[in-house]
Design a protein around this ligand. Structure first.
Ligand SMILES: [Zn+2]
Length: 468
């Protein structure tokens, strides 16, 4: 996982991109904690390895659903609870917690197939229509604030009704409308998901296992307040119907390919290594375990907790086992870069870039290492590298920040101001963006491409959800 330049201590290994996606309207109810963060946009996590795997998981499903042309993206949310939802018809949001908790590719592919069912059915547009007579904001506020009560009401088990009783009558009516609508849509999404899985020769067992697990939690542990339960009402009858449907498929007993299972396990190890406490990582991946995922998780945890030398030795061991795995070189480069050794980070990052078919996020990290190096000549090399990355990943603010540094080192202050303005704009800091773009305009000749871009930022309206 690429890092950002001045990350906080607790999450120094993560790259967040300020959400240009803040416009995503949460029609599917999200957890209250997610709601609190919405003003700053959801905490999006970027990682080449995980994104690549999820693209491979979703591509056949989207094809089967006839959604190939829509360019649907899977967006990772840095939240360790289990959740997956669609919010705007263009993206499937998945919490990293859902990836960590899915034991097989088939389990998470099942969840993705279900979400694709929502997209293919146009459920969001229909829900908006359904609620058009109520004020959407009020509907959302009601639902988001009442998550636990809703989950209790949905479970149909009688639990959580104390909360439901406290809901004011008009709000309760809205909730009932949403719930009855959603139950129907959930069943439809299940059926569509099973159809897509069948069409791609995959089992629906994983989808069933996941939903069954959540249903069991409600029944026996009273844990109805999980975010996933709030976005996906899950009465027992629905799980039973899904089980019946899934079992009738000739693909029911199909297993995941072992090579894919290994990549899945590596993804889960990475998430654990980067996001969980060191003692949790060590408990999940004990030192006795010699398999690749365990070694990966431990190497990441070692570097995150400051033991660079040991971490590099562990990462070199991984590279020896899989010499063509770009993500091991990426990790080595990241560890060295964050460990204050940018010059040593450059070679492994170049190798990672080559092996990953020039993944833009790795390209950005290489640009960062080049700029952090004491060798001034590298600043010149960093500019085209960062620009190439931005051509394919235009919404990564840290890449613009690095570009601003590179131009600054070259004494090109017009381009430096423009790049810094673009970074601020993407971070949602419209005021800084305007100020920097205004200054950039004075440095460019009127009408040149740089001047036009700066002028666009000066006159741009803030992205939804951003401050002025
Ligand atoms: Zn659903």
């Amino acid at each position: 996982m690429p890092s950002r330049p001045c990350a906080s201590r607790s999450n120094r290994s993560l790259r967040w991109i300020a959400a240009a996606t803040a416009a995503a309207v949460a029609v599917a109810p999200m957890s209250a904690s997610a709601q609190q963060r919405r003003s700053a946009g959801p905490p999006i996590l970027r990682d080449t390895e995980i994104e690549q795997l999820l693209r491979e998981y979703t591509a056949p499903i989207l094809r089967a659903a006839g959604l190939t042309k829509q360019n649907i993206q899977v967006v990772l949310i840095n939240d360790t609870s289990f959740n997956a939802f669609v919010a705007d018809g263009r993206r499937i949001f998945v919490n990293v917690g859902a990836l960590r908790d899915s034991e097989t590719p088939n389990q998470i592919i099942g969840v993705l197939a279900h979400e694709t069912g929502h997209l293919a059915g146009g459920h969001l547009a229909k829900l908006r229509e359904e609620l058009s007579r109520a004020q959407t904001q009020m509907v959302l506020a009601t639902i988001l604030g009442m998550g636990a009560a809703i989950a209790g009401a949905r479970s149909g088990s009688g639990g959580g009704n104390a909360g439901a009783a406290a809901i004011a009558a008009p709000q309760a009516a809205i909730i009932r409308t949403v719930l009855s609508y959603q139950r129907q849509q959930e069943e439809n999404a299940d059926k569509a998901g099973v159809k897509f899985l069948d069409a791609t020769g995959q089992s629906s067992k994983g989808m069933y296992e996941t939903f069954k697990r959540f249903n069991d939690q409600i029944m026996y542990a009273g844990r109805g307040a999980d975010p996933y339960m709030q976005s996906h009402p899950l009465p027992s009858e629905r799980v039973a119907a899904l089980g019946e449907l899934a079992r009738s498929s000739p693909n029911w007993e199909k297993r995941d390919d072992p090579a894919l299972q290994l990549r899945h396990d590596m993804m889960r190890a990475k998430i654990s290594g980067f996001l969980e406490r060191q003692d949790t990582v060590v408990r999940r991946y004990t030192s006795a375990a010699d398999n690749l995922p365990a070694r990966y998780a431990r190497a990441i945890a070692t570097y995150r907790h400051g033991d660079l030398r040991t971490a590099i030795a562990q990462i070199d061991g991984l590279i020896q086992t899989q010499p063509n795995n770009p993500y091991f070189y990426e990790l080595k480069g990241q560890a060295l870069l964050e460990g204050g050794k940018p010059d040593e980070a450059i070679a492994p990052l170049r190798r990672a870039l080559q092996l990953s078919n020039r993944a833009p996020l790795i390209e950005i990290m290489l640009g960062q290492a080049l700029l952090a190096s004491s060798n001034a000549a590298y600043a010149t090399e960093a500019v085209p590298i960062l620009k190439a990355a931005l051509a394919r990943e235009p919404e990564v603010p840290s890449a613009y920040s690095q570009l601003a540094v590179a131009y600054g080192k070259q004494g090109n202050y017009a381009e430096a101001d423009l790049a810094a303005a673009q970074a601020a704009f993407l971070r949602g800091d419209s005021k800084t963006a305007r100020d920097l773009a205004t200054r950039a305009k004075t440095r460019f000749a009127v009408g040149t491409p740089g001047w036009v871009k700066a002028d666009d930022i000066v006159s741009a309206r803030p992205l939804p959800g951003q401050s002025n």
